[in-house]
Design a protein around this ligand. Structure first.
Ligand SMILES: C[S@@+](CC[C@H](N)C(=O)[O-])C[C@H]1O[C@@H](n2cnc3c(N)ncnc32)[C@H](O)[C@@H]1O
Length: 451
Protein backbone atom coordinates (compact mmCIF):
# COMPACT_ATOMS: atom_id res chain seq x y z
CA UNK A 1 0.00 0.00 0.00
CA UNK A 2 1.34 3.40 -0.96
CA UNK A 3 1.42 6.07 1.74
CA UNK A 4 2.61 9.53 0.86
CA UNK A 5 5.33 10.38 3.31
CA UNK A 6 4.64 14.11 2.94
CA UNK A 7 1.06 13.67 4.00
CA UNK A 8 1.89 11.26 6.83
CA UNK A 9 -1.53 9.68 6.77
CA UNK A 10 -2.83 8.50 10.10
CA UNK A 11 -4.72 5.34 9.15
CA UNK A 12 -7.32 5.80 11.86
CA UNK A 13 -8.20 9.39 11.48
CA UNK A 14 -9.90 11.70 9.05
CA UNK A 15 -7.79 14.72 8.34
CA UNK A 16 -9.37 17.90 9.64
CA UNK A 17 -9.82 20.88 7.34
CA UNK A 18 -6.91 22.61 9.14
CA UNK A 19 -4.60 19.64 8.61
CA UNK A 20 -5.53 19.46 4.95
CA UNK A 21 -4.89 23.14 4.39
CA UNK A 22 -1.51 22.79 6.03
CA UNK A 23 -0.59 19.70 3.96
CA UNK A 24 -1.35 21.53 0.72
CA UNK A 25 0.37 24.67 1.92
CA UNK A 26 3.62 22.75 2.42
CA UNK A 27 3.39 20.64 -0.73
CA UNK A 28 6.38 20.85 -3.05
CA UNK A 29 6.13 20.43 -6.81
CA UNK A 30 6.90 16.87 -7.88
CA UNK A 31 9.04 17.20 -11.03
CA UNK A 32 8.24 13.64 -12.09
CA UNK A 33 4.68 14.62 -12.99
CA UNK A 34 5.11 17.66 -15.28
CA UNK A 35 5.91 15.72 -18.48
CA UNK A 36 7.52 18.86 -19.89
CA UNK A 37 9.85 16.78 -22.05
CA UNK A 38 7.02 15.43 -24.20
CA UNK A 39 6.40 16.91 -27.65
CA UNK A 40 2.99 17.45 -29.29
CA UNK A 41 3.65 14.32 -31.34
CA UNK A 42 3.82 12.35 -28.06
CA UNK A 43 0.80 13.94 -26.42
CA UNK A 44 -1.17 13.69 -29.67
CA UNK A 45 -0.17 10.12 -30.53
CA UNK A 46 -2.66 7.41 -31.63
CA UNK A 47 -6.17 8.79 -31.69
CA UNK A 48 -5.44 11.50 -29.12
CA UNK A 49 -5.36 14.26 -31.72
CA UNK A 50 -8.66 13.44 -33.46
CA UNK A 51 -10.41 16.46 -31.99
CA UNK A 52 -9.46 19.51 -29.93
CA UNK A 53 -10.90 19.63 -26.42
CA UNK A 54 -10.45 22.23 -23.71
CA UNK A 55 -8.48 21.20 -20.61
CA UNK A 56 -7.77 17.70 -21.82
CA UNK A 57 -5.28 15.43 -20.09
CA UNK A 58 -2.02 14.54 -21.60
CA UNK A 59 -2.01 10.76 -22.02
CA UNK A 60 1.34 10.42 -20.24
CA UNK A 61 -0.27 11.47 -16.96
CA UNK A 62 -2.92 8.77 -17.25
CA UNK A 63 -0.33 6.20 -18.33
CA UNK A 64 1.78 6.94 -15.26
CA UNK A 65 -1.17 6.63 -12.87
CA UNK A 66 -2.26 3.36 -14.44
CA UNK A 67 1.37 2.18 -14.30
CA UNK A 68 1.57 2.95 -10.57
CA UNK A 69 -1.80 1.63 -9.46
CA UNK A 70 -2.92 -1.14 -11.80
CA UNK A 71 -1.28 -4.50 -11.62
CA UNK A 72 -3.91 -6.85 -13.03
CA UNK A 73 -4.36 -7.36 -16.76
CA UNK A 74 -8.07 -7.72 -16.09
CA UNK A 75 -8.40 -4.33 -14.44
CA UNK A 76 -11.26 -1.90 -14.98
CA UNK A 77 -10.59 1.85 -15.24
CA UNK A 78 -13.34 4.46 -14.92
CA UNK A 79 -13.62 8.16 -15.71
CA UNK A 80 -16.82 9.96 -14.62
CA UNK A 81 -15.88 13.07 -16.68
CA UNK A 82 -14.19 11.44 -19.67
CA UNK A 83 -14.20 14.56 -21.92
CA UNK A 84 -12.46 13.63 -25.15
CA UNK A 85 -11.57 10.25 -23.67
CA UNK A 86 -7.90 10.38 -22.72
CA UNK A 87 -8.35 7.95 -19.81
CA UNK A 88 -10.64 5.69 -21.83
CA UNK A 89 -8.28 5.49 -24.84
CA UNK A 90 -5.33 4.81 -22.55
CA UNK A 91 -7.14 1.98 -20.74
CA UNK A 92 -8.21 0.40 -24.05
CA UNK A 93 -4.64 0.68 -25.42
CA UNK A 94 -3.54 -1.52 -22.51
CA UNK A 95 -6.28 -4.08 -22.92
CA UNK A 96 -8.13 -2.92 -19.79
CA UNK A 97 -11.85 -2.40 -19.34
CA UNK A 98 -12.89 1.24 -19.61
CA UNK A 99 -16.10 2.90 -18.45
CA UNK A 100 -17.41 6.37 -17.77
CA UNK A 101 -19.77 9.22 -18.42
CA UNK A 102 -19.77 12.70 -19.86
CA UNK A 103 -22.76 14.97 -20.17
CA UNK A 104 -21.38 16.55 -23.34
CA UNK A 105 -22.86 14.71 -26.33
CA UNK A 106 -20.02 15.57 -28.64
CA UNK A 107 -17.53 14.28 -26.05
CA UNK A 108 -19.30 10.93 -26.24
CA UNK A 109 -18.93 10.73 -30.00
CA UNK A 110 -15.26 11.71 -29.85
CA UNK A 111 -14.47 9.20 -27.13
CA UNK A 112 -16.31 6.39 -28.89
CA UNK A 113 -14.43 7.04 -32.13
CA UNK A 114 -11.08 7.55 -30.43
CA UNK A 115 -11.30 4.25 -28.57
CA UNK A 116 -12.45 2.19 -31.56
CA UNK A 117 -9.48 1.00 -33.63
CA UNK A 118 -10.35 0.24 -37.27
CA UNK A 119 -8.45 -2.08 -39.59
CA UNK A 120 -6.13 0.45 -41.29
CA UNK A 121 -6.48 -1.05 -44.79
CA UNK A 122 -10.24 -0.92 -44.58
CA UNK A 123 -10.15 2.65 -43.24
CA UNK A 124 -7.79 3.76 -46.03
CA UNK A 125 -10.20 2.42 -48.62
CA UNK A 126 -13.25 4.01 -47.02
CA UNK A 127 -11.51 7.37 -46.66
CA UNK A 128 -10.34 7.30 -50.27
CA UNK A 129 -13.90 6.59 -51.40
CA UNK A 130 -15.20 9.41 -49.25
CA UNK A 131 -12.60 11.89 -50.47
CA UNK A 132 -13.45 10.97 -54.05
CA UNK A 133 -17.12 11.64 -53.38
CA UNK A 134 -16.49 15.12 -51.98
CA UNK A 135 -13.87 16.00 -54.59
CA UNK A 136 -16.25 17.94 -56.80
CA UNK A 137 -17.35 20.12 -53.93
CA UNK A 138 -13.81 21.36 -53.80
CA UNK A 139 -13.76 22.79 -57.22
CA UNK A 140 -15.94 25.78 -57.96
CA UNK A 141 -15.76 24.92 -61.67
CA UNK A 142 -17.65 21.73 -61.10
CA UNK A 143 -19.85 22.88 -58.26
CA UNK A 144 -22.77 22.74 -60.68
CA UNK A 145 -22.34 18.96 -60.94
CA UNK A 146 -22.97 18.58 -57.25
CA UNK A 147 -26.08 20.71 -57.18
CA UNK A 148 -28.10 17.54 -56.92
CA UNK A 149 -26.66 16.83 -53.47
CA UNK A 150 -29.14 18.51 -51.17
CA UNK A 151 -27.21 20.18 -48.30
CA UNK A 152 -28.13 18.70 -44.91
CA UNK A 153 -28.57 21.74 -42.69
CA UNK A 154 -30.53 21.19 -39.48
CA UNK A 155 -33.53 23.49 -39.90
CA UNK A 156 -34.02 24.35 -36.23
CA UNK A 157 -30.36 25.43 -35.92
CA UNK A 158 -30.34 27.62 -39.01
CA UNK A 159 -30.01 30.91 -37.14
CA UNK A 160 -26.89 29.76 -35.27
CA UNK A 161 -25.42 28.30 -38.45
CA UNK A 162 -25.99 31.55 -40.35
CA UNK A 163 -24.36 33.42 -37.48
CA UNK A 164 -21.13 31.42 -37.75
CA UNK A 165 -20.82 30.39 -41.41
CA UNK A 166 -20.68 32.08 -44.81
CA UNK A 167 -23.24 30.99 -47.38
CA UNK A 168 -20.56 29.19 -49.41
CA UNK A 169 -19.12 27.16 -46.54
CA UNK A 170 -22.59 26.47 -45.13
CA UNK A 171 -23.66 24.88 -48.41
CA UNK A 172 -20.46 22.86 -48.78
CA UNK A 173 -20.62 21.64 -45.21
CA UNK A 174 -24.26 20.71 -45.65
CA UNK A 175 -23.41 18.62 -48.72
CA UNK A 176 -20.50 16.95 -46.95
CA UNK A 177 -22.73 16.11 -43.99
CA UNK A 178 -25.30 14.58 -46.34
CA UNK A 179 -22.59 12.34 -47.85
CA UNK A 180 -21.34 11.35 -44.37
CA UNK A 181 -24.86 10.45 -43.21
CA UNK A 182 -25.26 8.16 -46.18
CA UNK A 183 -22.30 6.00 -45.09
CA UNK A 184 -23.69 2.63 -43.96
CA UNK A 185 -20.87 1.47 -41.71
CA UNK A 186 -21.48 3.10 -38.33
CA UNK A 187 -17.79 3.09 -37.30
CA UNK A 188 -16.80 4.90 -40.48
CA UNK A 189 -19.76 7.27 -40.30
CA UNK A 190 -18.85 8.20 -36.70
CA UNK A 191 -15.18 8.73 -37.57
CA UNK A 192 -16.10 10.98 -40.50
CA UNK A 193 -18.51 12.87 -38.23
CA UNK A 194 -15.73 13.51 -35.71
CA UNK A 195 -13.49 14.78 -38.52
CA UNK A 196 -16.33 17.00 -39.71
CA UNK A 197 -16.86 18.33 -36.18
CA UNK A 198 -13.14 19.07 -35.79
CA UNK A 199 -12.89 21.21 -38.94
CA UNK A 200 -15.97 23.33 -38.21
CA UNK A 201 -14.03 25.95 -36.30
CA UNK A 202 -11.53 26.68 -39.07
CA UNK A 203 -14.36 26.83 -41.63
CA UNK A 204 -16.40 29.29 -39.55
CA UNK A 205 -15.85 32.91 -38.58
CA UNK A 206 -15.16 31.88 -34.95
CA UNK A 207 -12.05 33.84 -33.93
CA UNK A 208 -9.31 31.28 -34.50
CA UNK A 209 -7.17 31.69 -31.37
CA UNK A 210 -10.15 31.93 -29.05
CA UNK A 211 -11.84 29.16 -27.10
CA UNK A 212 -14.69 31.54 -26.32
CA UNK A 213 -17.42 32.12 -28.93
CA UNK A 214 -16.24 35.34 -30.61
CA UNK A 215 -16.84 36.31 -34.24
CA UNK A 216 -14.08 37.45 -36.59
CA UNK A 217 -15.76 38.65 -39.82
CA UNK A 218 -12.35 39.20 -41.46
CA UNK A 219 -11.13 35.67 -40.84
CA UNK A 220 -9.49 33.83 -43.75
CA UNK A 221 -11.70 30.81 -44.09
CA UNK A 222 -10.50 27.36 -44.97
CA UNK A 223 -12.34 25.37 -47.57
CA UNK A 224 -14.15 22.48 -45.80
CA UNK A 225 -12.94 19.89 -48.33
CA UNK A 226 -9.32 20.95 -47.97
CA UNK A 227 -9.57 20.97 -44.17
CA UNK A 228 -11.25 17.56 -44.11
CA UNK A 229 -8.73 15.94 -46.41
CA UNK A 230 -5.87 17.19 -44.28
CA UNK A 231 -7.43 16.13 -41.01
CA UNK A 232 -8.49 12.71 -42.24
CA UNK A 233 -4.90 11.97 -43.27
CA UNK A 234 -3.85 12.69 -39.69
CA UNK A 235 -6.62 10.49 -38.33
CA UNK A 236 -5.58 7.64 -40.64
CA UNK A 237 -2.06 7.75 -39.25
CA UNK A 238 -3.35 7.97 -35.67
CA UNK A 239 -5.71 5.02 -36.19
CA UNK A 240 -2.99 2.92 -37.71
CA UNK A 241 -0.67 3.50 -34.70
CA UNK A 242 -3.51 2.92 -32.24
CA UNK A 243 -4.60 -0.28 -34.00
CA UNK A 244 -1.11 -1.72 -33.49
CA UNK A 245 -1.09 -1.14 -29.71
CA UNK A 246 -4.60 -2.38 -28.89
CA UNK A 247 -4.48 -6.13 -28.12
CA UNK A 248 -6.29 -8.17 -30.79
CA UNK A 249 -8.75 -9.75 -28.33
CA UNK A 250 -9.84 -6.24 -27.31
CA UNK A 251 -10.22 -5.11 -30.92
CA UNK A 252 -12.32 -8.15 -31.69
CA UNK A 253 -14.54 -7.88 -28.58
CA UNK A 254 -14.58 -4.14 -28.00
CA UNK A 255 -18.12 -4.22 -26.57
CA UNK A 256 -16.84 -6.21 -23.60
CA UNK A 257 -14.18 -3.63 -22.81
CA UNK A 258 -15.71 -0.26 -23.65
CA UNK A 259 -18.68 0.97 -21.61
CA UNK A 260 -19.16 4.72 -22.05
CA UNK A 261 -22.38 6.67 -21.77
CA UNK A 262 -23.73 10.16 -22.22
CA UNK A 263 -24.80 10.93 -18.67
CA UNK A 264 -24.25 12.52 -15.32
CA UNK A 265 -21.10 11.76 -13.37
CA UNK A 266 -23.21 10.96 -10.29
CA UNK A 267 -24.49 7.81 -11.98
CA UNK A 268 -21.89 5.47 -13.42
CA UNK A 269 -23.04 2.61 -15.68
CA UNK A 270 -21.24 -0.02 -13.58
CA UNK A 271 -21.88 -2.33 -10.61
CA UNK A 272 -20.82 -1.78 -7.00
CA UNK A 273 -17.19 -2.70 -6.28
CA UNK A 274 -16.30 -3.40 -9.90
CA UNK A 275 -13.67 -0.75 -10.68
CA UNK A 276 -9.93 -0.86 -9.90
CA UNK A 277 -8.93 2.72 -10.67
CA UNK A 278 -10.60 6.05 -11.42
CA UNK A 279 -8.58 8.68 -13.30
CA UNK A 280 -10.45 11.87 -14.01
CA UNK A 281 -10.50 15.65 -14.06
CA UNK A 282 -13.68 17.44 -13.14
CA UNK A 283 -14.98 20.63 -14.67
CA UNK A 284 -14.19 23.89 -12.85
CA UNK A 285 -16.77 26.20 -11.39
CA UNK A 286 -17.97 28.85 -13.91
CA UNK A 287 -15.00 28.26 -16.19
CA UNK A 288 -15.64 26.60 -19.50
CA UNK A 289 -19.23 26.44 -20.63
CA UNK A 290 -18.58 23.25 -22.58
CA UNK A 291 -21.97 23.50 -24.27
CA UNK A 292 -21.05 26.96 -25.62
CA UNK A 293 -17.57 25.98 -26.66
CA UNK A 294 -18.84 23.06 -28.71
CA UNK A 295 -21.82 24.87 -30.14
CA UNK A 296 -20.60 24.61 -33.75
CA UNK A 297 -20.68 20.83 -33.45
CA UNK A 298 -23.86 20.88 -31.36
CA UNK A 299 -25.76 22.86 -33.99
CA UNK A 300 -24.46 21.05 -37.07
CA UNK A 301 -24.97 17.62 -35.57
CA UNK A 302 -28.26 18.80 -34.05
CA UNK A 303 -27.34 17.43 -30.64
CA UNK A 304 -29.47 19.66 -28.40
CA UNK A 305 -33.06 20.69 -28.81
CA UNK A 306 -32.66 23.56 -26.39
CA UNK A 307 -29.15 24.88 -25.75
CA UNK A 308 -30.15 26.66 -22.51
CA UNK A 309 -31.69 23.53 -20.98
CA UNK A 310 -28.74 21.44 -22.16
CA UNK A 311 -26.28 23.79 -20.41
CA UNK A 312 -28.00 23.29 -17.04
CA UNK A 313 -26.97 19.63 -16.98
CA UNK A 314 -23.29 20.54 -16.80
CA UNK A 315 -21.52 20.68 -13.43
CA UNK A 316 -19.77 23.97 -12.70
CA UNK A 317 -22.00 26.17 -14.85
CA UNK A 318 -23.47 29.51 -13.94
CA UNK A 319 -26.98 28.07 -14.23
CA UNK A 320 -26.97 26.05 -11.05
CA UNK A 321 -27.93 26.66 -7.45
CA UNK A 322 -29.34 24.38 -4.72
CA UNK A 323 -31.55 25.45 -1.83
CA UNK A 324 -32.11 22.06 -0.21
CA UNK A 325 -28.62 20.58 0.15
CA UNK A 326 -25.78 21.20 2.58
CA UNK A 327 -22.06 21.00 2.05
CA UNK A 328 -20.03 18.57 4.15
CA UNK A 329 -16.61 20.08 3.52
CA UNK A 330 -15.71 22.84 5.98
CA UNK A 331 -13.15 24.27 3.58
CA UNK A 332 -15.90 24.54 0.97
CA UNK A 333 -18.30 26.23 3.42
CA UNK A 334 -15.62 28.76 4.23
CA UNK A 335 -15.03 29.53 0.54
CA UNK A 336 -18.77 29.94 -0.06
CA UNK A 337 -19.06 32.31 2.92
CA UNK A 338 -16.19 34.44 1.64
CA UNK A 339 -17.81 34.56 -1.79
CA UNK A 340 -21.14 35.58 -0.25
CA UNK A 341 -19.52 38.83 0.84
CA UNK A 342 -18.50 39.58 -2.76
CA UNK A 343 -21.16 38.13 -4.99
CA UNK A 344 -24.22 36.22 -3.89
CA UNK A 345 -25.00 34.57 -7.22
CA UNK A 346 -21.47 33.32 -7.64
CA UNK A 347 -21.48 32.02 -4.04
CA UNK A 348 -24.50 29.85 -4.91
CA UNK A 349 -22.74 28.58 -8.01
CA UNK A 350 -19.61 27.65 -6.07
CA UNK A 351 -21.75 25.92 -3.46
CA UNK A 352 -23.66 23.97 -6.13
CA UNK A 353 -20.37 22.93 -7.72
CA UNK A 354 -18.97 21.47 -4.49
CA UNK A 355 -22.30 19.81 -3.62
CA UNK A 356 -22.33 18.14 -7.05
CA UNK A 357 -18.73 17.00 -6.60
CA UNK A 358 -19.49 15.48 -3.18
CA UNK A 359 -22.15 13.34 -4.84
CA UNK A 360 -19.67 12.30 -7.56
CA UNK A 361 -17.18 11.23 -4.85
CA UNK A 362 -19.92 9.08 -3.22
CA UNK A 363 -20.43 7.43 -6.59
CA UNK A 364 -16.69 6.83 -7.01
CA UNK A 365 -16.71 5.11 -3.62
CA UNK A 366 -19.65 2.92 -4.60
CA UNK A 367 -18.07 1.59 -7.77
CA UNK A 368 -14.49 1.00 -6.57
CA UNK A 369 -13.29 -2.36 -5.32
CA UNK A 370 -11.76 -2.34 -1.83
CA UNK A 371 -8.11 -1.41 -2.39
CA UNK A 372 -9.06 0.70 -5.43
CA UNK A 373 -8.16 4.34 -5.86
CA UNK A 374 -9.67 7.45 -7.34
CA UNK A 375 -7.34 10.08 -8.81
CA UNK A 376 -8.88 13.54 -9.26
CA UNK A 377 -6.77 16.02 -11.22
CA UNK A 378 -7.70 19.58 -10.22
CA UNK A 379 -6.17 23.04 -9.86
CA UNK A 380 -6.96 25.85 -7.42
CA UNK A 381 -8.36 29.07 -8.88
CA UNK A 382 -9.40 32.56 -7.90
CA UNK A 383 -12.81 34.13 -8.48
CA UNK A 384 -13.72 37.71 -7.54
CA UNK A 385 -10.59 37.79 -5.41
CA UNK A 386 -11.60 34.67 -3.44
CA UNK A 387 -9.27 31.67 -3.51
CA UNK A 388 -11.21 28.65 -4.69
CA UNK A 389 -9.21 25.85 -3.08
CA UNK A 390 -10.61 23.06 -5.21
CA UNK A 391 -7.87 20.54 -4.44
CA UNK A 392 -8.14 21.09 -0.68
CA UNK A 393 -11.94 20.75 -0.82
CA UNK A 394 -11.63 17.57 -2.91
CA UNK A 395 -9.14 16.11 -0.41
CA UNK A 396 -11.45 16.85 2.51
CA UNK A 397 -14.64 15.76 0.76
CA UNK A 398 -13.23 12.43 -0.46
CA UNK A 399 -12.87 11.47 3.20
CA UNK A 400 -16.56 12.14 3.89
CA UNK A 401 -17.40 9.78 1.03
CA UNK A 402 -15.43 7.04 2.80
CA UNK A 403 -11.99 7.37 1.21
CA UNK A 404 -8.71 7.65 3.01
CA UNK A 405 -6.66 10.52 1.63
CA UNK A 406 -3.82 8.49 0.22
CA UNK A 407 -1.71 10.95 -1.66
CA UNK A 408 -1.64 14.44 -3.14
CA UNK A 409 0.74 15.23 -5.97
CA UNK A 410 1.51 18.82 -6.93
CA UNK A 411 2.47 19.15 -10.57
CA UNK A 412 3.47 21.92 -12.90
CA UNK A 413 1.50 22.37 -16.10
CA UNK A 414 3.85 23.13 -18.96
CA UNK A 415 2.45 26.17 -20.75
CA UNK A 416 2.40 24.53 -24.14
CA UNK A 417 -0.12 21.99 -22.95
CA UNK A 418 -2.82 23.99 -21.19
CA UNK A 419 -3.91 27.60 -21.10
CA UNK A 420 -2.34 29.29 -18.13
CA UNK A 421 -4.44 32.32 -17.47
CA UNK A 422 -7.87 33.09 -16.17
CA UNK A 423 -9.66 36.36 -16.16
CA UNK A 424 -9.94 37.23 -12.48
CA UNK A 425 -13.31 38.93 -12.85
CA UNK A 426 -15.12 36.15 -14.62
CA UNK A 427 -12.98 33.18 -13.66
CA UNK A 428 -12.96 32.06 -17.29
CA UNK A 429 -9.95 31.21 -19.33
CA UNK A 430 -8.65 34.23 -21.16
CA UNK A 431 -6.16 34.67 -23.95
CA UNK A 432 -2.78 34.89 -22.26
CA UNK A 433 -2.15 38.50 -23.18
CA UNK A 434 -5.29 39.92 -21.60
CA UNK A 435 -5.63 37.80 -18.49
CA UNK A 436 -5.00 39.49 -15.22
CA UNK A 437 -4.36 36.60 -12.92
CA UNK A 438 -2.36 33.41 -12.75
CA UNK A 439 -4.57 30.46 -13.56
CA UNK A 440 -3.04 27.01 -13.52
CA UNK A 441 0.67 27.25 -13.10
CA UNK A 442 0.24 24.13 -10.96
CA UNK A 443 -2.43 21.58 -10.29
CA UNK A 444 -2.89 18.60 -8.00
CA UNK A 445 -3.66 14.95 -8.32
CA UNK A 446 -5.74 14.17 -5.25
CA UNK A 447 -5.85 10.44 -4.61
CA UNK A 448 -8.35 8.65 -2.39
CA UNK A 449 -8.02 5.03 -1.34
CA UNK A 450 -11.01 2.78 -0.62
CA UNK A 451 -9.74 0.52 2.14
C1 LIG B 1 -11.82 18.87 -17.53
S1 LIG B 1 -12.94 18.12 -18.64
C2 LIG B 1 -12.35 16.47 -18.74
C3 LIG B 1 -11.27 16.35 -19.77
C4 LIG B 1 -10.75 14.93 -19.90
N1 LIG B 1 -9.91 14.55 -18.77
C5 LIG B 1 -9.97 14.76 -21.21
O1 LIG B 1 -8.82 14.31 -21.18
O2 LIG B 1 -10.51 15.13 -22.25
C6 LIG B 1 -14.40 17.99 -17.67
C7 LIG B 1 -15.56 17.29 -18.36
O3 LIG B 1 -16.67 17.23 -17.46
C8 LIG B 1 -17.84 17.17 -18.27
N2 LIG B 1 -19.03 17.39 -17.44
C9 LIG B 1 -19.54 18.55 -16.99
N3 LIG B 1 -20.63 18.32 -16.24
C10 LIG B 1 -20.82 16.96 -16.21
C11 LIG B 1 -21.76 16.11 -15.59
N4 LIG B 1 -22.78 16.59 -14.89
N5 LIG B 1 -21.61 14.77 -15.73
C12 LIG B 1 -20.59 14.27 -16.49
N6 LIG B 1 -19.69 15.03 -17.12
C13 LIG B 1 -19.79 16.37 -16.98
C14 LIG B 1 -17.58 18.22 -19.34
O4 LIG B 1 -18.40 17.98 -20.47
C15 LIG B 1 -16.09 17.99 -19.62
O5 LIG B 1 -15.93 17.10 -20.69
Amino acid sequence: MYVDADIGIDEEKIKSSGEILSIFDKKEIDGGWSFAEYKPSDTGKWSHNYHRYPAKFIPQLVEKLIGEYVSSEEAHVNDPFYGCGTTIVTAISRGLKASGTDINRIAYLMTKVKSTPIDPRYLDKKINDFLASIKNLDDSQTLLDTKNIEPLIPERQIERINYWFTEENKTKLGRILRIIREENDEKIRDLLTVAFSHILKSCSIWLQGSTKPTRDPKKRLIDPCVALRRHLKKMQRGNSDFYKVVPSNVRENLGEYLNIKIGDAKKQPVANRSVDLIVTSSPYVTSYEYADLHQLSTVWLDLAEDLTEYKKEFIGTSYKSYSDKELKSKIAVDIVNKMLERNQKMAKEVEAFFIDLEAVFDESFRILKPGGRCCYVIGDTKLKGVNILNAEVFAESLQYSGFRLDRAIKREIPSKILPQKRDEKTGRFANNHNANSEAYPVEYIVIGLKE
